[in-house]
Design a protein around this ligand. Structure first.
Ligand SMILES: Cc1cc2nc3c(=O)[nH]c(=O)nc-3n(C[C@H](O)[C@H](O)[C@H](O)COP(=O)(O)OP(=O)(O)OC[C@H]3O[C@@H](n4cnc5c(N)ncnc54)[C@H](O)[C@@H]3O)c2cc1C
Length: 415
C-alpha cells in the first residue's frame, strides 16, 4: 500500500496539472499519476493558442454542411477510419443533434465563462515569473485567401462582439505590414488582438517543476489500471506500481478517461480526436502572430526559439500511427499561405488524441454516484485555453468553496 493522499489525480496533462495546482493552494496533499511521461497525451505538441475568443462550439448550425462542402472541394482536415464504429456513429448523431441555435447560445455562454476566467488565471499563474512557457500577447490572425469567405466570418464576429471579443478585419497592405510572413496573395485576416499563445511543452515542464517544489507527488510511468469502488465511494486505485489510497480522486485522463470510468458504469461520451503537429526551427521570415489558415483549418504558431504547424481531426479510435500524408498536408497548407512555410530543422513530428465531447463542452464536476470521484475531462480543442479555470473549479468543488463560475453547464448529468 502506498501513502495516503487527500487527492489522487489520474493523468499528467495540462488539466491534471491545473487541478493539482489549485488543490495545493487549497492545502490538499496531492498526487498526480501519469501512465507515460507528463504531457505525453494531447498537452505536449498542440498549437498552444490560449484562444479566449474561441466561443463557438464545433457543433454550430451549418457545421455539417460546411464540412461536406470542404470534403467535396478537397480542403477538409477531417477524416474518419473506414471501418464503421457504432460508438463513433452514435457520437456523430448526438453531435448532429447539437448543431442548432439553442445549443449555440448555451455553449457560447458556457465556453465564455471558462475561457475568460482561465485567461485571467493565466495572468495570475505567470505573474511571479516562476513558470516559463513562452507566453506572448500578440493575438491570433484568422487568415483568409478568399475575400468572400473572409466576409462570412463577420457573422461569427457578430456573435463574439457582445462578449467584448470581436476581431478587427485587416486586409491588403495593412495585413502584410502586420504579418510580413504571409504571402502577397493572402486576402486578409480577422485579428483577435486579445488572444495569446504559449509553448505547451514548456508549460508542462515548468508547471510540473513548480508543483513538485510546492509538495505535489508526481509519479510517471505508472498506469492506473482500475479504480476500486465500494458503496458509492472510490476506495483506491490499482496501478502498475501498486495500490494507491486517497480521500478523493480526479479523473483527468483526457481521451482515455472513458476506459477508466466505464467499469464504474459512468459513461463519458468522449471520442478520441486525433491531431498532428510538426515542430521546426523558425523559418525566415517566421510569422510573429499565430495564424489560423481558416479555409484549411491549419495553425502556424511561432515560439521564441521554434515554430509549429498543427491541425487535423481524425476519428480513428486510439490508433497513434503518425500518418505521413497528414504531416504532408500541414506542410502543403502552410506553403499556400506563408512565404517561407517550413524551418530548416524538424524538431518533432507528433500526434495525439483530443478528448472530444459531442456538445463541445468539457465535463467538470462530481460523478453522480461516486461522491468522491470528480471528472475533469472532455476539453476537445481548447484544453490549454480552459485549463486554469477547470483546475480552480475542481478545487472549489472538492473543498466546498463557492465556485468562481457556475458549474452547471459542465456537469456530466447533462448527457
Ligand atoms: C494538434 C492539436 C492542436 C491543439 N491546439 C490547441 C490549442 O491551440 N489550444 C488549446 O487550448 N488546445 C489545443 N488542443 C487541445 C489540447 O491539446 C487538449 O484539449 C488538452 O491537451 C487536453 O488536456 P488533458 O490534460 O485533458 O489531456 P491529455 O493531455 O491527453 O492528458 C491526459 C493524460 O492522462 C494520461 N493517462 C491516460 N490514461 C491513464 C491511466 N490509465 N493512468 C495514468 N495516466 C493516464 C495520458 O498519458 C495523458 O498524459 C490541441 C490538440 C491537438 C491534438
Amino acid at each position: 500500500m502506498k501513502k495516503q493522499y487527500d487527492v489522487l489525480i489520474v493523468g499528467g496533462g495540462v488539466i491534471g496539472l491545473a487541478c493539482a495546482h489549485y488543490l495545493l493552494i487549497a492545502g490538499r496533499k496531492v498526487c498526480v499519476i501519469e501512465k507515460e511521461t507528463l504531457g505525453s497525451g494531447a498537452s505536449h505538441g498542440n498549437c498552444g493558442l490560449v484562444f479566449t475568443s474561441d466561443l463557438l462550439p464545433m457543433c454550430a448550425p451549418g457545421a455539417i454542411r460546411a464540412e461536406i462542402l470542404r470534403k467535396i472541394h478537397g480542403t477538409t482536415a477531417l477524416y474518419f477510419k473506414p471501418i464503421p464504429d457504432p460508438g463513433l456513429l452514435a457520437w456523430l448523431l448526438m453531435f448532429a443533434g447539437k448543431c442548432n441555435r439553442r445549443h449555440l447560445q448555451h455553449a457560447v455562454s458556457a465556453r465564455d465563462s471558462l475561457l475568460r476566467h482561465s485567461r485571467w488565471l493565466y495572468d495570475k499563474l505567470l505573474a511571479d515569473g516562476r513558470i516559463h512557457c513562452d507566453w506572448a500577447e500578440k493575438g491570433i490572425l484568422m487568415v483568409y485567401k478568399d475575400a468572400r469567405l473572409m466576409e462570412k466570418y463577420a457573422g461569427t464576429n457578430a456573435i463574439l462582439e457582445p462578449y467584448g471579443l470581436g476581431a478587427s478585419p485587416v486586409v491588403g497592405r495593412e495585413l502584410h505590414a502586420l504579418e510580413p510572413a504571409l504571402k502577397y496573395d493572402v486576402y486578409g485576416a480577422w485579428h483577435h488582438s486579445a488572444d495569446t499563445h504559449l509553448r505547451p511543452d514548456s508549460l508542462i515542464k515548468s508547471w510540473s517543476t513548480e508543483l513538485r517544489n510546492k509538495g505535489a507527488d508526481i509519479v510517471e510511468e505508472c498506469e492506473v489500471l482500475s479504480l476500486e469502488a465500494t458503496r458509492g465511494r472510490i476506495t483506491g486505485a490499482l496501478t502498475s506500481k501498486g495500490r494507491y489510497a486517497f480521500d478523493t480522486c480526479v479523473m483527468a485522463a483526457g481521451a482515455w478517461s472513458p476506459g477508466l470510468t466505464r467499469p464504474l458504469s459512468i459513461k463519458l461520451p468522449i471520442q478520441p480526436g486525433k491531431g498532428y503537429s510538426i515542430t521546426m526551427s523558425r523559418p525566415t521570415p517566421c510569422p510573429e502572430i499565430p495564424c489560423y489558415f481558416c479555409e484549411r483549418k491549419v495553425v502556424a504558431t511561432p515560439f521564441s526559439n521554434g515554430y509549429r504547424l498543427g491541425s487535423i481531426m481524425e476519428f480513428s479510435g486510439f490508433d497513434l500511427t503518425l500518418k505521413r500524408q497528414r504531416l504532408a498536408y500541414l506542410r502543403r497548407v502552410a506553403g499556400e499561405y506563408l512565404k517561407s512555410p517550413v524551418g530548416d530543422r524538424v524538431e518533432e513530428e507528433w500526434t495525439s488524441l483530443r478528448p472530444m465531447t459531442y456538445d463541445d463542452l468539457p465535463i467538470i464536476g462530481p460523478a453522480p454516484e461516486h461522491k468522491n470521484l470528480f471528472l475533469a475531462t472532455g476539453h476537445g480543442m481548447t484544453g490549454i485555453s480552459m485549463a486554469p479555470g477547470t483546475g480552480k473549479l475542481i478545487a472549489e468543488l472538492i473543498t466546498g468553496q463557492a465556485p468562481h463560475i457556475d458549474p452547471a453547464p459542465y456537469r456530466v448529468e447533462r448527457f
